[in-house]
Write a protein that binds this ligand. Structure first.
Ligand SMILES: NC(=O)c1ccc[n+]([C@@H]2O[C@H](COP(=O)([O-])OP(=O)(O)OC[C@H]3O[C@@H](n4cnc5c(N)ncnc54)[C@H](OP(=O)(O)O)[C@@H]3O)[C@@H](O)[C@H]2O)c1
Length: 360
């Protein structure tokens, strides 16, 4: 089987490095093209990383010696790869993702710029794999032949939307209040200054609360008339905080349902939940996407973020709520499930569904 050749835009950042790690020895894909800013262009990947290469410590492959290109060298990307992962800021993504797609390269994006475009799937493969059906429409409307854009949602969202999904399907979510405690690696490298975050908590992350309130509605929405129509009848109120944790976003939630379930029904739905990635046994899919922990003090970032290879969501403390119906705590790895390994899972689904070309 020929592996598809992949490029990584923003290869030297936190998410880019997690892509390199997640793609080591991957059965479907091999990394052949790396791009970053002009500062890194012309250097080997190893030299461009320098001392910020913390997620690539265990990478031994030839990738470390590949050259880094400027992100504007799209012609070289077109020769050297079949599709790209985008791990650049929203501002850079706004300029380049559509140029790559127009050049015939599918773009699997971690950036927020295209997330709310009505013709761009905002994909969590366990929840809305059917949204990929909009891709041919996106290509037609934008005049792209082989290229397209698929986005990943905000990194904190997968920690709570995956467990909320089977509950929403069974009982309907009416109102939700969520409070996130987000790791510093979520802000990229070098991120928040140590003098600001050590011994501290910052109760503001630019744009994060708006994303946490809007993106779930699109993910739970339906494809109709050439667009993804957001789900209706769900109210969400979000508080997002940056905390002094390196990796792993935690969320505390209070939920009100249209029909109130029992405690046992909720835990059973979580334990039994499997999605399309599990049915297809995709290489990055955790066997059990939702892990309910009985201990009264779990989940915790240091103990639980690497569960299921960094792809499982750990849940705990399900209890009745005095204001809404139930409350619980949810946690997932922001740079793995929330970013790079989740992006790889998206591309595994795209590949097996034929969107990346012939399955070789
Ligand atoms: N960190 C997370 O946990 C996380 C989770 C989900 C989504 N995301 C999203 O993923 C994207 C990347 O985040 P990150 O945390 O990896 O950020 P980061 O650590 O700051 O990395 C940014 C990357 O973009 C490159 N870059 C900077 N300016 C550029 C320019 N003018 N042209 C081309 N490339 C440029 C950098 O290259 P140089 O090294 O050459 O400067 C680096 O490779 C963002 O959109 C972020 O919101 C992040």
């Amino acid at each position: 089987m020929r592996r598809l050749r992949v490029g990584i835009l923003g290869a030297t950042g936190v998410v880019g490095q997690h892509y390199i790690q997640a793609l080591q020895g991957h059965p479907f894909f091999e990394v052949t093209f790396l791009a970053a800013s002009q500062k890194s262009a012309g250097l080997s990947y190893r030299c461009a990383l320098g001392s910020k290469g913390r997620a690539c410590d265990s990478v031994t492959s030839v990738v470390m010696d590949l050259p880094v290109f400027g992100i504007d060298q799209i012609d070289i990307a077109g020769e050297q790869c079949d599709f790209v992962f985008s791990a650049v800021s929203s501002e850079i993504a706004a300029t380049y993702e559509k140029l790559y797609a127009a050049a015939g390269l599918p773009v699997v994006s971690n950036a927020s710029h295209h997330r709310m475009d009505p013709d761009v799937p905002l994909l969590i493969p366990e929840i809305n794999p059917d949204h990929l059906q909009i891709i041919p429409h996106q290509q037609r409307v934008r005049g792209w032949d082989r290229g397209f854009i698929v986005a990943k949602p905000n990194c904190s969202l997968q920690s709570y939307l995956i467990p909320l999904f089977p509950l929403h399907r069974a009982f309907g979510i009416k109102r939700l209040i969520l409070t996130t405690m987000q790791a510093v690696s979520g802000a990229g490298y070098p991120g928040v200054s140590s003098l600001d975050i050590v011994d501290n908590l910052i109760p503001y992350i630019h744009g994060e609360e708006e994303k946490s309130e809007r993106e779930p509605l699109k993910i739970l929405g339906k494809v109709a008339d050439g667009k993804i129509a957001p789900a209706e009848g769900i109210s969400i109120s979000a508080h997002c905080n940056r905390v002094s944790v390196i990796d792993g976003h935690t969320a505390c939630l209070s939920v009100e349902f249209n029909q109130r379930p029992t405690w046992q029904e909720i835990v059973s739905l979580w334990r039994e939940f499997r999605g399309v990635p599990q049915e297809l046994a995709l290489p990055s899919a955790p066997a059990q996407p939702i892990l309910y922990r009985e201990e009264r003090d779990r989940p915790q970032p240091r103990l639980d973020r690497d569960s299921g290879g960094g792809m499982a969501v750990s849940i705990g403390r399900l209890r009745e709520c005095e204001v809404f119906d139930y409350r619980f705590v949810a946690l997932s790895h922001n740079a793995m499930r929330g970013a790079a390994k989740g992006g790889v899972l998206n591309s595994e689904l795209l590949y097996t569904q034929g969107y990346l070309g012939e399955i070789l």
